[in-house]
Design a protein around this ligand. Structure first.
Ligand code: MRU
Length: 339
């Protein structure tokens, strides 16, 4: 591994998928070992591994276990259907399983090769996007990121955090701000830890402080990842992204979405068609298992929101930049690869 990229969220040893338990980071670095496809489904649903591309990679190795262990094609299909349902918004999960289904094989060795290719391609895409996105930044600029989009959320290096890593390496970043990202605190726990590990100084803020930070002129770019990008450029990402995009437009900051084409779903016309995952309200009412909210209060916990394409200044993919995404500019991204 090269500099500014020292973390991986998974390890495949040929038999077992080892997942760094992201629920316990940064205070404990423990592993969850997945010996079966059902183990992988449970780990994804429970947030042991999270972040759209990382979920896709874990699912691909989960599929390898299903191909090896299922006693019949019917049983395998049931396991794969459960895996596909583990988290509904991140399209990389369905995308990875569709890529494996398209092999049209019963040979688990071929499936294992495909899973390894999915992981390797994701890392390469992140490096390419890091370069392209960093090229948009002016020296000394302040950047704000949301959730965790780094090595932990991908095959390595990261999407939005990959751009920040690369821009930092090139001496372009004046300050990195990270939202804490309620309720799972991916920003406070994971992004801050990743940046710390790479020696990149970062300042955390409450999600609700972002608009003031922009008003003070400290943010030139808001840089986020995506769980799914629709064919018209609408973006599903961590809850709070939509508010950041509105605040960025109001305050004259740029809004950059960094996502590989594996996160683009040309099968959905607009954000309204993207399924938004709602998780139990309890996740909002307690911290580390300790109830904080008043007894009797209920929680509303959508974990993603949709940012309309008109608020996106640029979408960075491994195939190139899409400025002000639209139906036609999104279609261009895939023009050369349509069959
Ligand atoms: O609920 P999570 O932690 O899986 O949400 C992750 C995000 O919203 C990320 O921004 C997105 O997956 C892009 S990660 C490269």
């Amino acid at each position: 591994m090269s500099g500014f990229d020292s973390i991986r969220p998974y390890r495949w040893d040929g038999e077992v998928l080892h997942l760094l338990d992201q629920r316990r980071l940064p205070h404990q670095a423990t592993e969850v070992r997945c010996h079966s496809c059902a183990d992988v489904s449970r780990a994804i649903a429970a947030m042991v591994i999270r972040g759209a591309p990382a979920i896709g990679i874990a699912a691909a190795f989960g599929a390898v276990l299903a191909y090896r262990q299922a006693e019949s094609p019917e049983q395998r299909d049931v396991l794969l259907a459960d895996l596909r349902r583990a988290r509904p918004t991140a399209v990389n999960l369905a995308w990875a399983l569709e890529r494996i289904a398209a092999l049209d094989t019963d040979d688990a060795l071929l499936v294992e090769r495909e899973a390894a290719a999915i992981a390797a391609e994701d890392l390469a895409a992140n490096r390419a996007m890091g370069e392209l996105g960093a090229g948009l930044l002016e020296p000394g600029c302040g950047v704000l990121t949301h959730c965790n989009t780094g090595s932990l959320a991908t095959g390595g290096f990261g999407t939005a955090l990959g751009v920040i890593r690369r821009a930092w390496e090139r001496g372009l970043v004046g300050a990195v701000y990270a939202t804490e990202t309620r309720p799972w605190l991916q920003g406070a726990r994971l992004t801050a830890w990743e940046l710390q590990e790479d020696g990149i100084p970062a300042t955390l803020l409450a999600d609700s402080a972002a608009a003031l930070l922009m008003r003070e002129g400290r943010v030139r770019w808001v840089i986020v990842g995506a769980d799914r990008v629709a064919a018209n450029g609408d973006v599903a990402n961590k809850i709070g992204t939509y508010g950041l995009a509105i605040a960025a437009r109001y305050h004259g900051a740029g809004f950059m979405v960094v996502a590989p084409t594996s996160t683009v779903d040309m099968g959905v016309g607009g954000g309204g068609e993207i399924p938004v995952e709602h998780r139990p309200g309890d996740e909002l009412l307690a911290l580390d298992g300790h109830r904080l909210a008043a007894a009797g209060a209920e929680g509303w916990n959508p974990v993603f929101d949709i940012t309309p394409a008109e608020l996106v200044d640029v979408l960075v993919t491994e195939r190139g930049l899409v400025h002000r995404p639209s139906v036609s500019s999104m279609a261009c991204l895939f023009e050369d690869t349509e069959e």
